[in-house]
Write a protein that binds this ligand. Sequence first.
Ligand code: PEP
Ligand code: MN
Length: 368
Amino acid sequence: MLIVMKPGATASEIDAVINIIETVGFRAHSMPGATRTAIGITGNEGPIDGRRFENLAGVAEVIRVTKPYKLITLDLRPDRTIVRLDDATIGDSKLSIIAGPCAIESRDQAFAIATIVQQSGARFFRGCVWKPRTSPYTFQGMGDKGWEILSAVRDEFDLKIVTEAVEESHIDVIENLGDVIQIGARNMQNFPLLKRAGRSRLPVLLKRGMAATLEEWLLAAEYIMAEGNYNVILCERGVRTFAQHTRNTLDLASVPAIRRISHLPVMVDPSHGTGTAYMVTPLARAGVAAGADGLMIEVHNRPELALSDSAQALTPSQYLELVDEVQAIHQVMAPTGNDGLNNRRNMTPGKPSLLEQSRHSNRRESLS
Ligand code: PEP
Ligand code: MN
């Protein structure tokens, strides 16, 4: 159930609705928007009789939710969610870039890469200290020792730290020392971990499971939001298919598909999405062109020596070139349009777009 308040509803009218929701034993999720506040209800296992809310002061509409989602939807929040960490943002008109090595390996490695990440203008540094590896015999990450390095990167380079939590206790550490909690593809349906992330005050980057449908992925986001954390960033990182020319098949159609359903920001990870360095830049360009809010890119000062995901790591110069290219593509993309067409800026300032030209000539034809 979703309660849409009138545009002019007062704070005390909103509070009164929340109070009734909580008194009858449910949880209220109030989402203030540019024009109105909507309140989502969770905690009910069966349908709720919405009539008790209809006549309350300030209520415009009571909507029965027939979709499996309650909180990720544009019905609840028509404005896009913008995740803000001081001046670093994801989901606004800027292209956000999270870049860094797959794993933290040493201070020299992390500092060399952070220098490049900072130079590129990216505001987020990634680097795992706990690695969920397919084989128990491969590098598992530096563990807690890696945090000395991550903390130093955070201080010296003024970058926000994004790192993966593999188990619930890791979230306690990230809350103390980091900025964004990453939930990896292998843990997308680790429900206790999702719930713990939902009780955090930090934003959560939720990667798509490697065999997850869009619905399963969005319901994983619902798990986080249902606990009260609304700062969820979705990250498309490819799914497993029959293709053998890539590590995963990067499903870029998920970007417009999510846009149609959800207010949450969507990022694209062409590094894990392809598994091969030479494909990362082409797919990064395509991800931005598809309307992603940002990119996650693995970069290493010596890719050939990387202890994990070496084949997909870009060199510093490849990475800087990628950033130049995707920023140029982002410049010609719509800043907020849902379909990527309506608000497109002209590529040549002052020159009318093809759409404008055709509208103009249609007008002339209908006048003559
Ligand atoms: C990663 O970001 O390093 C990672 C392990 O990604 P994924 O969970 O998408 O495989
Ligand atoms: Mn990796």
